[in-house]
Ligand binder design. Structure first.
Ligand code: HEC
Length: 148
């Protein structure tokens, strides 16, 4: 009788090995899922170049009718090119403060915060104030000087 109830030792170690393998597989799966989800949207580094590219469309749609397709000026003053004088705003923060409150002149403050940042990036690159590879940090706008 006792014979039947006895679990052979090699059987139980097989079971242990199986459990250990399953645990390992679960750990590996969790780790994989963990890393796959890590680079979240908010952590992605945005560069001036990327915002400049996206900001071009924002500019064309909301600013070009007064400032010209190339920002050369029209009803409004030149904001790109040799006759633009955006240096007077000193930093990206100064320029941003102006455009977010005063522009577009016929509908001030109506763009989304992100569209203002995109058009800011476009103005910065087009005016030679920022190089494309520079990371765009929206919390550090005061650090970007408007100097060529
Ligand atoms: C309806 C016409 C109009 C539209 C649309 C418009 N602007 Fe202007 N903008 C003006 C005028 C006029 C001025 C000059 C205002 C002043 O000097 O007080 C100006 C001034 C500016 C200046 C300051 C330039 C300087 O040298 O003083 C910037 C920068 C600017 N606009 C950016 C923008 C941006 C960016 C957009 C689009 C989001 C935009 N504007 C849309 C008419 C417009």
């Amino acid at each position: 009788m006792a014979q039947w109830c006895h679990i052979p030792s090699e059987w139980s170690s097989l079971r242990m090995a199986f459990l250990a393998m399953s645990a390992l597989v679960i750990v590996v799966l969790l780790a994989t899922v963990g890393t796959a989800c890590q680079p979240s949207e908010s952590k992605k580094v945005v560069t001036f170049g990327q915002y400049a590219d996206e900001g071009k469309a924002v500019f064309t749609q909301n600013c070009a009718k007064c400032h010209g397709d190339q920002g050369q000026g029209g009803v409004g003053p030149a904001i790109m090119g040799t006759s633009a004088t955006l240096q007077k705003f000193d930093t990206a923060q100064g320029l941003n403060a102006f455009i977010t409150v005063a522009m577009p002149m016929d509908a001030p403050g109506t763009l989304s915060p992100q569209d203002y940042q995109r058009v800011l990036g476009y103005l910065m690159v087009q005016n030679g104030f920022a190089v494309r590879d520079t990371p765009f940090n929206a919390e550090k706008l005061q650090d970007y000087q408007l100097k060529r």
